[in-house]
Design a protein around this ligand. Structure first.
Ligand SMILES: [Fe+2]
Length: 243
């Protein structure tokens, strides 16, 4: 049963892949995640976040490691070519579950809420660190269910929402232009896997503080990172991800 419903015009940078997972794969991962696994309630990620659940122990399950491999082998190359961006392969996937009444408030998936690099001081740390611990370039959401009402992912800046069919994956930039949330679930269960892909620029940015004490003054805009990236950083970056 296809449940692909789109509202508004799809933004160019939102990549939708239907049938990314086969019916067998969807069934297998659904079964694992909805059987013995323990889920924790999440309520405070974002200021207006509302309830949903994340998986407690996602380590060590060989079948989930298999899903990991699918993302690395199948999705990663497609993303790099679609976005013309070199992306790191993230260490962890995040498993999310919404039940009736659950939703998620509007947020973006990187540390640049207004398009500027935001820094903060934590305790006595100097220099201040980026406000986000995950400077992501691209976010991907894989759908493992579609037998639910409500639960559309919406993008406020584009007046666009979508409810892809199970087995689909959507990917979009993690920046503030793609601020998004999830509408309240009316019926059924929404099960997704989220992957955040850090880009080369993000990684370079995270290395700056170890080289320049005043790096945050040098980088008023993340786009200038290549101009100020010191040579000392280069050996620390895996050569295969360099442009
Ligand atoms: Fe998100």
């Amino acid at each position: 049963m296809s449940k692909l419903i789109e509202n508004g015009s799809r933004p160019n940078q939102l990549m939708l892949l239907e049938n990314f997972l086969s019916i067998d794969e969807v069934g297998k991962f659904q079964k694992i995640l909805l059987s013995d696994m323990e889920w924790s309630e999440q309520t405070k990620y974002y200021p207006d976040a509302r309830k949903h659940y994340t998986l407690k122990n996602d380590w060590g399950n060989p079948d989930l490691i298999n899903l990991d491999k699918i993302m690395k082998d199948r999705l990663h190359p497609l993303l790099e070519s679609f976005y013309s961006e070199l992306l790191f392969i993230p260490k962890n996937l995040s498993y999310n579950r919404w039940m009736i009444g659950d939703s998620m408030g509007c947020h973006n998936d990187s540390g640049h809420p207004d398009g500027e690099l935001i820094i903060e001081k934590r305790g006595n740390e100097s220099p201040p660190v980026p406000i986000s611990e995950h400077l992501n370039e691209i976010a991907s959401v894989v759908y493992l269910t579609d037998e639910f009402d409500g639960g559309e992912i919406f993008f406020t800046n584009f007046n666009y929402s979508i409810k892809p069919s199970k087995g689909s994956v959507i990917s979009f930039p993690a920046n503030h232009f793609f601020s998004h949330g999830v509408n309240e679930l009316i019926s059924g269960e929404r099960l997704t896997v989220t992957i955040f892909w850090p880009g080369v620029k993000s990684v370079a940015l995270s290395l700056m503080s170890s080289v320049y004490g005043d790096w945050w003054q040098r980088v008023s805009n993340p786009e200038t990172i290549y101009k100020v990236l010191p040579k000392e950083c280069i050996p620390k970056i895996d050569s295969k991800i360099l442009p």
